[in-house]
Design a binder for this molecule. Structure first.
Ligand code: ISL
Ligand code: CA
Length: 548
């Protein structure tokens, strides 16, 4: 296995809007991030992944870019960006930025030109088609509700948008589009950024026949959208022309792809991408806005699958991001056992095989927010899908109940720094909600308490870093069928690690042959552990790392 910095380091995602407001306008900004770099360094973070910071009308909070070479006004200036990058590098950290090039904003100059007439030279930058009998060209649906086609009155043709109608999809068949994207990438790489997280990258190649989706395909259109015929060809070209020329990390957000395509995309011999984010773990049990029950057995299987891959691949490990609810609320117990279960999840993330990716607030165990009504949400997906939800036969209240488990907005409430008014995020009214539990759950509290979730993360990150043996160790699920315990072995060159996680509210005894040969390295308990004849007494959410 080839060693790489991006296999050994820990990534921390920042959603800039909600991170820290430095100038009192209620919106997080680049200078705000700058002020918190020492905090991230203290935590042990190596790589910061910044969600989009480009000029945008913010229909989808920056995932709709109007100008790729400009900084969003609310976040600051290009000078602030350069300064931030410099300060990050000074601290020996790295910066990965978001590359959103499956689509642009409809306010991007390319699209403004493109829609102005059918013979404009930018017409072919996007995907335009004639409708049939006043209907869209086919039955593709948008993730944010309704058809994926929008009719433009100027030419009476439809343009394609997998996301909102303010996010028209680029036409990657057009070599000029690809060259312009490579130019944007070089612009930022030449400034010194250390990599890209590539938004919905598998969607860039379209099925050119645009056949209707079958009723089964309509349930998960992302699978079709992610299987276009030229995807791997485009990625190879991008790699050859841009990625291979820099010491950087490329991370594809691979919504919609399965194991096969993923294996091809990240096989180092194929020269496409270094890493991908796949979603089977973080979206386990998800069906649109409905979060169904999920079982630990299934999650364990998914971790085993992604760890089994050969030496040419490397997985990522994450339970949070800006599109999903908070991990402690979903996989842990955010009431009675919040602290303990958050520490257990930290242990899981940092001892699995792969590069760990944390999301802001995870390190202090931030929780889901309890929304009281639909108008409290900011995310365009909520209203976008309302009609579809009602059509499926549920009431508005039921929709709200589902969203309280599944909404993207849970992760977008503002970062909780201390117990003052806005949780220390800002000095004024925020652009969005601050979860009122900031009185208890905040960075300052955790910094002052050596037994906190934050310190636990920090200690584990350090432990992981000091032990390359753990990072490259093999992986084996010891008891895949147990419904409450996740127990796995990582065998390194020198040491063998045994991780035991009780992911339940139950107490019981668990027997492991030869447990006595191991010594305890880490535990999330405040009391002593009880081991009797290779049998361990497990209390709710107990978590241990043993080593021999
Ligand atoms: O909410 C989702 C779909 O209903 C997510 O799965 C998400 O849309 C998907 O993972 C793609 O996400 C990325 O692209 C979107 C943007 O809204 C997300 O924030 C981004 O992470 C469009 O750019
Ligand atoms: Ca601000």
């Amino acid at each position: 296995m080839r060693k790489n910095w991006w296999k050994e380091q820990v990534i921390y995602q920042i959603y800039p809007r909600s991170f820290y407001d430095s100038n009192g306008d209620g919106i997080g900004d680049l200078n705000g991030i700058n002020l918190k770099l020492d905090y991230l360094k203290f935590l042990g973070i190596d790589i910061i992944w910044l969600s989009p910071h480009f000029d945008s009308p913010n229909d989808d909070n920056g995932y709709d870019v109007r100008n790729y070479k400009m900084v969003m006004e609310e976040f600051g200036t290009m000078k602030d960006f350069d300064n931030l990058l410099c300060e990050i590098h000074k601290r020996k950290m790295k910066l990965v930025i978001d590359l959103v090039v499956n689509h642009t904003s409809d306010e991007h100059s390319w699209f403004v030109e493109s829609k102005s007439s059918s013979n404009n030279k930018f017409r072919d930058y996007y995907i335009w088609k004639k409708g049939t009998n006043n209907n869209p060209p086919n039955n593709y649906t948008s993730f944010f509700g309704g058809s994926a086609w929008e009719k433009d009155s100027k030419t009476n043709e439809y343009y394609l948008h997998y996301f909102s109608k303010k996010q028209p999809d680029l036409n990657w068949e057009n070599q000029n589009v690809r060259n312009d994207v490579y130019d944007i990438m070089k612009f930022w790489l030449d400034k010194g950024v250390d990599g890209f997280r590539m938004d919905v990258i598998p969607f860039i190649s379209k099925h050119r026949n645009f056949e209707n989706l079958t009723s089964t395909e309509l349930k998960n259109p992302e699978i079709t959208y992610a299987s276009g015929p030229r995807l791997h060809e485009f990625l190879k070209e991008m790699n050859k022309k841009v990625l291979s020329k820099y010491d950087m990390v490329s991370i594809g957000e691979a919504f919609g792809i399965g194991q096969d395509s993923m294996l091809k995309m990240t096989d180092e011999r194929e020269k496409e991408l270094d890493l991908v984010f796949i979603f089977d773990i973080i979206r386990i049990g998800r069906d649109n806005w409905i979060q169904n029950h999920w079982s630990l057995k299934k999650i364990k299987k998914l971790f085993s699958d992604q760890s089994k891959i050969d030496k040419y691949h490397w997985p990522t490990v994450f339970l949070n991001n800006h599109d999903n609810p908070r991990s402690v609320s979903k996989y842990g117990n955010d009431k009675e056992f919040r602290v303990k279960s958050a520490k257990l999840l930290a242990m899981l993330i940092l001892t699995q095989k792969g590069t760990p990716v944390l999301f802001q607030g995870e390190e202090i165990g931030m929780t889901n927010y309890e929304f009281k009504s639909l108008d409290q949400f900011d995310d365009l997906e909520v209203l976008g899908n309302l009609q579809k939800a009602l059509d499926s036969g549920i009431s508005k209240d039921e929709y709200l109940n589902h969203l309280n488990c599944s909404s993207r907005d849970h992760s977008r409430t503002t970062m909780q720094w201390n117990n003052t008014n806005q949780g220390g995020f800002s000095t004024t009214d925020n652009w969005f909600i601050s979860n009122k539990n900031f009185n208890e759950i905040n960075v300052e509290n955790d910094l002052n308490n050596s037994n906190s979730i934050l310190h636990f993360y920090r200690n584990l990150i350090n432990y992981r870093k000091e032990s390359h043996d753990l990072i490259y160790a093999s992986y084996k699920d010891v008891d895949p069928d147990h419904k409450n315990v996740f127990i796995y072995k990582r065998k390194g060159k020198k040491y063998t690690y045994l991780i035991i996680l009780n992911m339940s509210n139950d107490s019981f005894k668990y027997k492991f042959e030869n447990l006595k040969q191991y010594s305890l390295e880490f535990s999330n308990k405040n009391s002593n552990i009880e081991i009797d004849n290779d049998e361990i007494n497990l209390l709710p959410w107990d978590a241990f790392i043993f080593v021999k």
